[in-house]
Each structure stands twice: as C-alpha cells, then as structure tokens.
Design a protein around this ligand. Sequence first.
Ligand code: TPP
Ligand code: MG
Length: 289
Amino acid sequence: MNKMDSKDFDLENIDISWCPGCGNFSILKILKETFAELDIKPENLTVVSGIGQSSKTPHYFKTNTFHSLHGRAIPIATAVKAINPNLTVIAEGGDGDMYGEGGNHLLHAIRRNPDITNIIHDNMVYGLTKGQASPTTMLGVKTTLQVDGVILEPFNPIAFAIALNASFVARAFVGDIEKTKEILKKAINHKGYAIIDLFQPCPSYNKTQTFEWFRQNTYYLEDAYDPHDRIEAFKRSLETEKLPLGIFYINQRKTFEENIGIYNENKEPLSFRERNPLKISQFIDSKLR
Ligand SMILES: Cc1ncc(C[n+]2csc(CCOP(=O)(O)OP(=O)(O)O)c2C)c(N)n1
Ligand SMILES: [Mg+2]
C-alpha cells in the first residue's frame, strides 16, 4: 500500500493563472499522483523551473522549488542534484523555455548526464507571452505573430536527444494520464538524465494542435519495441506522419555526479558537510601537481 497520497502535495489558497481547458491542469494532477505513487515526499523533491505558464507548475503543489530565469532550470537542477544527491530533482519548463532560450543548456545536460528528470510541457507555442511561435511550432501554423504561418521546420527534440546519446528519451501525451504516469515513473527511476517531451494542448494560443489533433496524429511505440536500439530509436524519432509516443531510447552510462570525484565521495547534502578549507586547498593542490 502507498504511504503517500496525491493530496499530500495539495496547496491551499492558491490562485492558478492557467486558462480553462489548459493541459497544464492534467500535468499538475499527473505529477502529484506520480510522486505519491513513487512514495516521494515533498521534502525529498525539488522542482526547478524556468519562465512560462508551464514553469508556474511547481508553485501549485507542495515541493521545494526554484523558479529560475528563462531557459535556466537545467543548470540549477544539475547543481541541486550534485550537492544534494538524495533529492529527486526535476527540471520543468515549456517548449519555448527549454528548446529556445535554454537550448544550449539542454545540449550540455545531455552530454553531462546529471541524474535529473527534464519535463518539457510541449504546447508548440509561447503561451505566457500570448501566442508567438516556439521552436516546436509546426510548419505553416498561424500564430498571433506569424500571421501568415511559420516558415521554419520545427525542432525535433527526440531526434536531437538520441543523436547526442541522451540516457533516457521519451515523449508522452497529457491526454493519457495513466500512460504518462508510467513513463514519468520510469524516467524518475532512471539513473541519469531523462528527457520527456510532454504534448499538451494550449486552447488559447494553439488552435491547430488541439486535444483531438494529438489524439489523431500520435501512436504508442509497440510493446515489442526495444528502446536500447539507438538506430531504430533514431528512425522512429524522424517519423512525421504520426508522431510516436513512449520510451524511445535508454542507455546506462556514468552520471555527472559519478564522474566528478568531490560529488561522488560524499553523499551528504553540502549544507551538512564539515567546512574544511585546508582540505579543499590540499585537494586543489593535489590536482595541480
Ligand atoms: C530572457 C527572457 N527572454 C524572453 C522572455 C519572455 N518570455 C517569457 S515566457 C516566454 C516563452 C514561454 O514559452 P514556453 O516555454 O513554451 O511556455 P508556455 O507559456 O507555453 O508554457 C518568453 C519568450 C523572458 N521572460 N526572459
Ligand atoms: Mg509553450
């Protein structure tokens, strides 16, 4: 029996700024249920976010949180995990935040492989700033700014992550609550960097990729699909007729924390460690010699 209940993550008297019908409401529910079912307590969890409607999510449930700058959740989450190895650390944001402004951090997080889970609410638009195209807005889609339709091919985060050998790569759809929870649980339990591109309708600013559109234009990778085959994963990531959902790719490689001695040697939170400037200078000296 679970000791935790999703209600343990509820916050009283909060004023939620999302529009009626926003996919973020389902993501909030999914997150609370996922953490409860994994028996992760709010005090053992930190959710770092950037800027956007999606990035407001950790304000609306009980957790440690760090609302950072636009596109900067990943480096902060990386540091939080390195110095507090026993926390579950999530970097959360939108497609604009993570794939646009934060794209450079995404690239290097994949290379570093910190043990964090990166959830991207992908509504294919900048919601907070009222509807400009984001890196994942599809070709030809008309927005409040691109009134004649977007002229660029969309960024493909799944192909990008597999090409860089990310250690866990998945895509989910918020309309499927149970399947999304299943994917998120595996991502959180995975040791290393996990990216989940989470499709989410934006009823106010993306009138093309509606709930129904996602239903009709996605399918789940079959049960026999092997996520350890990188070439097959890459092929599937390039499909456009219908977009695959599920876990595309998994590999096990050393994490950022394992690769860096000072984080690996001491698993205590940094704030509990004895301050010993002499030891630090000896450590630096030994590296310089
Ligand atoms: C440095 C900086 N550049 C631009 C902005 C303006 N801005 C705020 S949120 C945002 C995009 C948000 O889009 P997304 O991450 O997809 O979030 P959504 O609201 O769709 O969930 C932009 C461009 C900003 N706040 N800071
Ligand atoms: Mg967005």
